[in-house]
Design a protein around this ligand. Structure first.
Ligand SMILES: Nc1ncnc2c1ncn2[C@@H]1O[C@H](COP(=O)(O)OP(=O)(O)OP(=O)(O)O)[C@@H](O)[C@H]1O
Length: 270
């Protein structure tokens, strides 16, 4: 579905991504993981065509990403950003219906309303349809934004769903619910790419993992091949123990704290 080949990105003579290649396949959820500043969001923005690579190529459905018109892309590529700022007091239902905008002419059709409602149902936010979005909690807003993106690509056969740290601000139930929805979208035939910080969530939900460090591809493959203790330790700088998750038959990463007491230099004598 999406093929990135030898992608590099430079800004102000600083290389943020260096020779990164991967394939996001239809039917699969690909997790991008890595330490802060590794280049994960930058890579996702390149995949969304919000920016263009300095070198290398990104193809979608066998065609260069840069060859698509913006309106064409909006029909099948949805992107959930880390932060979404609203400058107008939209209601929840209105905002989600906006996701359908690329698909309708002057006015939404009955099918667009139905899809917006179904997307809100999927994230459990339909009872909030009439609320002003800014009055919702952070996690509720995140779920509404996901519904908007889902509504956008709901009825296309081979959509591309890009999620940048989608579980931020969500409670335990809704973190899992969100990634379950993402995986269900993948199983419906979409290619789903999600930037995730929680390696155990990536292990549980991703079909493939791309691990970045300092803008470079450090590892790429199934959770079992990528999430090894030596690699996680090397990339994240934290010793971990690797167990077998008995519920999901995937790796379970247990960090081993190495930190000194943070306030030891403020002893009672000082
Ligand atoms: N416009 C910019 N100008 C200069 N540096 C930038 C710019 N945008 C991003 N960077 C730097 O590029 C690096 C990669 O940023 P990016 O947001 O892709 O990282 P990330 O892996 O998503 O990090 P995090 O996990 O903290 O969200 C960071 O060091 C960031 O400071």
């Amino acid at each position: 579905m999406l093929q990135a080949s030898h992608v590099s990105y430079t800004i102000a003579s600083r290389t943020l991504l260096n020779d990164v290649s991967f394939h996001a396949r239809a039917g699969e959820l690909l997790a991008i993981v890595g330490p802060n500043g590794a280049g994960k969001s930058t890579l996702l923005k390149l995949c969304a065509r919000e920016m263009a690579p300095a070198s290398g190529s990104i193809d979608v459905l066998g065609k260069p990403l840069r060859g698509y018109a913006g309106e064409q892309l909006a029909l099948f590529r949805g992107m959930l950003h880390q932060q979404n700022t609203l400058t107008f007091p939209f209601r929840v239902g209105e905002l989600v219906l906006m996701g359908r905008y690329p698909h309708y002419g002057a006015y939404p059709a009955a099918a667009d309303y139905a899809i917006a409602e179904a997307a809100l149902d999927t994230v459990g936010m339909r009872p909030f349809s009439n609320r002003i979005v800014s009055t919702l909690s952070g996690g509720e807003q995140q779920r509404v934004q996901l519904a908007r993106v889902l509504a956008q690509i709901w009825d296309v056969p081979d959509g591309l769903l890009l999620l940048d740290e989608p579980t931020t601000g969500l409670d335990l139930l809704h973190q899992h619910q969100l990634l379950d929805v993402a995986r269900q979208m993948a199983r419906r035939g979409y290619a789903v790419v999600a930037v995730l910080h929680d390696l155990n969530m990536a292990a549980q939900y991703a079909d493939q993992i791309l691990m970045l460090r300092n803008g470079r591809r450090e590892a790429y493959g199934t959770p079992r091949t990528v999430l090894t203790a030596p690699l996680v330790e090397r990339v994240f700088g934290l010793p971990v123990q690797l167990l077998d998750n008995p519920c999901h038959h995937c790796p379970l990463i247990v960090p081993i704290p190495i930190f000194q007491p943070a306030f030891s230099h403020y002893s009672s004598n000082t």
